[in-house]
Design a protein around this ligand. Structure first.
Ligand code: SIN
Ligand code: CO
Length: 381
């Protein structure tokens, strides 16, 4: 039976955000369903494609470990041993829109905070080794079983094994251990050491990974935007008082210089830089075809779906769509907010928001591949 992937927090979302988010791991048994829509052959098929980020990791215990990057060939898979390897494919939600629909269940966090869904396939003994990630992650067991060991919080100074690219921990004291089966979910905050080993063949794990912009990148974007916007204005100091010493940079002057420079970073400039940065997709993969038949069967009330690689952020002026701003008149803003707040749209909720302008825009966005109409033609009546 056709079903969409689903995740339900086992506690009120406000409690999760207060007690667990960025703070403490959580094991949620039986919290996910509908994960059988992605079979291992489809996943392996994605790893053969150019433009899809994939890795093959081999190793167990004290090693040796090896890491190879895709795209792979069928031959690569035929020569793998019987155990102790994992295939990992990044941004599967960008390629397979029905997989991306799981993300609608994470609306207890802002959409811009979500990065992507990585999916791993492992045979018995397969793992990526003991490590920590810099980002929050929900590790969702889709099939098979994985034994997770959880260690302490680490940072850049935590000793690593001498393997350049895998960044494995030299030592991981085990604080907790959990065996996850189909539908079980483990949430880990950034920095928590973990090691998940496949207990059987066909061990598939979906990782919903989050995005935390590097502060230096944010600042660079904001200043770039400010510089692009600014006329060649110069420091001004009409009405200045006599200096105590002409040789010294006074505190008053230092603060006026800094203030005038920082004044270039207006709220409008900041909003523009943030909207653009946060709506840029990890991979622009609009060319992947949407399995609309599956989505139609699983959600008969839906009339429109967002393509898996479309990132939307609504702001007070309009809608950011994959790094591009579409200003919206006041009457069309509720449409922008609705589109950005989910990925699957029902006739009942969408049609009342479509004025003439909204209908024209949606049709243009469908044309460009950002959305896919589930019933043709899309007239929005
Ligand atoms: C995996 O899916 O095998 C690894 C995911 C992780 O540990 O971050
Ligand atoms: Co990890």
């Amino acid at each position: 039976m056709a079903a969409l992937p689903r995740f339900t927090l086992p506690l009120p979302a406000a409690d999760f955000l207060r007690d667990h988010w960025q703070r403490k791991p959580l094991v949620a048994r039986g919290a996910a369903t509908g994960l059988d829509l992605l079979d291992p052959d489809t996943l392996a098929g994605l790893s053969l494609e150019d433009g899809v980020e994939s890795r093959l990791i081999q190793g167990a215990g004290n090693g040796p470990w090896s890491l190879r990057h895709g795209p792979f060939t069928e031959q690569d898979f035929q020569t793998l041993p019987e155990r102790d390897w994992t295939l990992l494919v990044q941004s599967v939600d960008h390629c397979l829109t029905d997989v991306s629909l799981l993300l609608d269940c994470f609306d207890f966090l802002p959409g811009w905070r979500i990065e992507d869904i990585m999916v791993s396939y492992a045979v018995r003994g397969g793992s990526v080794g003991p490590h920590f990630d810099q980002y929050d992650v929900f590790l969702i067991q889709a099939s098979g079983h994985r034994r997770w060991q959880i260690g302490p919080v680490c940072d850049a100074d935590t000793p690593r094994q001498p393997h350049d690219s895998l960044k494995l921990l030299a030592d991981m004291p085990v604080r907790e251990e959990h065996l996850l089966g189909p539908g079980d979910v483990l949430y880990l905050p950034p920095g928590v050491a973990h090691h998940g080993v496949a207990e059987d063949d066909d061990c598939v794990t979906w990782s919903v990974g989050f995005r935390a912009p590097r502060l230096a990148d944010l600042l660079a974007r904001i200043t770039d935007e400010a510089l692009a916007d600014t006329q060649d204005s110069l420091f001004t100091d009409a009405g200045r008082t006599l200096p105590a010493s002409s040789g010294q940079l006074s505190e008053t002057d230092a603060s006026a210089l800094a203030q005038q420079a920082l004044g270039l970073i207006s709220p409008a400039v900041t909003q523009r830089a943030l909207g653009q940065l946060l709506s840029e997709p990890r991979h622009p993969g609009l060319d992947f075809e949407v399995d609309s038949g599956h989505i139609r069967a699983a959600a008969p009330e839906a009339v429109l779906v967002r393509h898996g690689s479309t990132r939307l952020v609504a702001d007070a002026q309009g809608l950011w769509l994959n790094g591009e701003h579409w200003p919206l008149p006041d009457e069309t803003k509720p449409l922008g907010t609705y589109l950005a707040s989910r990925r699957l749209y029902s006739a009942k909720a969408l049609y009342p928001l479509l004025d003439t302008n909204g209908r024209t825009l949606i049709n243009e966005w469908i044309e460009q591949g950002y959305f896919v109409a589930l019933h043709e033609p899309f007239d929005g009546q």
